[in-house]
Design a protein around this ligand. Structure first.
Ligand SMILES: Nc1ncnc2c1ncn2[C@@H]1O[C@H](COP(=O)(O)OP(=O)(O)OP(=O)(O)O)[C@@H](O)[C@H]1O
Ligand SMILES: [Mg+2]
Length: 181
């Protein structure tokens, strides 16, 4: 059994549309018009446990949509998906603790008032990581990613996107590294 199993996955977004102007806005209150956007069509693949893979495609090809389905954020239109034997969109706590999704545009999802270290502690609680594992992972990843200088700074102080300078994007990595494996 593959760690990630995807069979005939399809996802179509239903997007409300209307013409500009007040009349159209009022009409949309009574009768909304929708347009279908086919983001993923009949996608199948499998990834064995322990394999590191890249997922490439042109802009708008459906990569983020697929990852959101695998992470349990989106319920797909059709298809069969199992990750670690679980149906992601059922969002079982145990499943959510086994996975991490780090997005380039939003590497840390926690409150921006927290310091980077506080946000790691928050992740420690969420993922139920023991103090020993947490300390070990933090030491290893801080050195690897050169995080010492930013641990005491507020998350908001770090550049938002990876291409804006890095520290916040680097700081997005440790929670996943802190997963017990
Ligand atoms: N929330 C949404 N509502 C409607 N359409 C969406 C939504 N999210 C994505 N789409 C559309 O679905 C298609 C696939 O988008 P998706 O973001 O999954 O692609 P991507 O491969 O991640 O693209 P990129 O390389 O630009 O990040 C695109 O046509 C996009 O416009
Ligand atoms: Mg994307």
């Amino acid at each position: 059994m593959d760690a990630v199993e995807v069979e005939e996955l399809s996802m179509t977004y239903r997007v409300p549309v209307r013409d500009g102007g007040l009349v159209a806005a009022a009409r949309a209150l009574v009768r909304r018009q929708y347009r279908d956007v086919e983001a993923v069509r009949a996608l199948s693949f499998g990834i064995p446990a322990g394999q590191v893979v890249g997922f490439l495609g042109r802009n708008g090809a459906g990569k983020t949509t697929t990852l959101k389905v695998l992470a349990g954020i989106l319920h797909p239109t059709s298809g069969r998906v199992r990750v670690l034997g679980q149906v992601p969109w059922r969002r079982h706590n145990q499943y959510l603790r086994e996975i991490a999704l780090i997005r380039g545009s939003q590497p840390i999802g926690d409150a921006p008032e927290l310091t980077v270290l506080d946000s790691f502690h928050y992740q420690q609680v969420l993922y139920d990581i023991s103090d020993g594992d947490f300390r070990r992972n933090l030491a290893e990843l801080s050195e690897l990613l050169d995080l010492d200088g930013i641990l005491q700074r507020q998350v908001r102080a770090e550049p938002r996107r990876a291409h804006e300078g890095g520290p916040r994007a680097r700081a997005g990595l440790p929670p996943e590294g802190a997963l017990p494996r």
